[in-house]
Write a protein that binds this ligand. Structure first.
Ligand SMILES: NC(=O)c1ccc[n+]([C@@H]2O[C@H](COP(=O)([O-])OP(=O)(O)OC[C@H]3O[C@@H](n4cnc5c(N)ncnc54)[C@H](O)[C@@H]3O)[C@@H](O)[C@H]2O)c1
Length: 255
């Protein structure tokens, strides 16, 4: 891994990650734990999440708090946020990371499917933010990072529910940033490019797709989850204390 910054204000910070058990989320859990932050995360992938807890405990000496939770269940999500607050102290960093980029043909989309995509990719961001608001008010500030995607900027097809939800993240970020700003709470959107998680490699990485990616990117590299986590650390930390209501991209120059 390239050199990683250490942010003293993140030491002992109470951090809540959605989808923190695998993919970019696992890199977030690891990266914040390595800063000695107190990390809690929700996920539906129980086996991978428990393995990650053990691995991080071995690496850092401190186990993150894994709370099994399907973020489509809003009361359960909000209860998980409150539990993280009880165990680790008021949550000061919220990383709204979980999503699902399942492909779908327009002809096959039902209302129930559409609503389910929003229930995973859009709705939880709002209700997790609502749950951390009283805690961040007590703390006198906080940082919320909503995960977007460059897919809608590139005009990608094959998943309109996903691209709509991810475009909407920008509106949510800017609206919440305005409402939360008076309390010292910052809200930003982090847009990953194509990041080489295990899921992406297993499902979508073909030689042709990689050639297209490398043609589009200015930098001829494969983006790794840690490179996204590096930006999340900066946005969570007071190092970005005047940054709010903005979009920050890690895409090697593709979009
Ligand atoms: N990997 C990429 O190339 C890429 C590109 C653009 C944007 N992003 C965004 O970055 C974020 C992370 O992406 P990723 O590639 O790591 O995704 P991923 O699918 O690899 O991981 C998502 C995590 O969320 C969990 N999750 C999914 N549905 C859940 C639910 N209903 N309840 C609780 N947990 C659930 C999964 O189990 C998994 O651990 C997402 O917001 C995604 O849209 C990723």
């Amino acid at each position: 891994m390239p050199s990683r910054a250490f942010y003293p204000d993140l030491a002992a910070a109470s951090v809540f990650v959605t989808g923190g058990g695998s993919g970019i989320g696992a890199a977030l859990t690891r990266a914040f734990a390595a800063q000695t932050a107190r990390v809690a995360f929700v996920d539906i992938a129980e086996e991978e999440s428990r393995a990650l807890v053990d691995a991080v405990a071995a690496e850092t000496g401190v186990a993150p708090l894994f709370i099994p939770c399907d973020i489509r269940d809003v009361p359960a999500l909000q209860a998980a946020v409150r539990r993280a607050g009880e165990v680790h102290g008021d949550v000061g960093v919220l990383l709204n990371n979980a999503a699902n980029d399942q492909r779908h043909r327009v002809e096959d989309v039902t209302r129930a499917y559409w609503d389910d995509r929003m229930a995973i990719n859009q709705r939880p961001m709002m209700f997790a933010a609502q749950a951390v608001l009283p805690m961040m008010k007590r703390l006198g500030g906080g940082s919320i990072v909503n995960f977007g995607s460059i897919s809608w900027k590139l005009g990608n097809g094959g998943m309109p529910a996903y691209t709509m939800a991810k475009a909407a993240v920008h509106g949510l970020t800017r609206g919440l940033a305005r409402d939360f700003g008076p309390f010292g709470i910052r809200v930003n959107t982090l847009l990953p490019g194509w990041v080489m998680t295990e899921r992406q490699k297993a499902l979508w990485l073909t030689p042709e797709a990689e050639a297209e990616m490398l043609k589009g990117q200015c930098l001829k590299i494969r983006i790794e989850p840690d490179q996204v986590a590096d930006l999340a650390l900066f946005l969570a930390s007071e190092a970005s204390s005047a940054c709010t209501a903005q979009e920050f991209t890690v895409d090697a120059g593709w979009s």
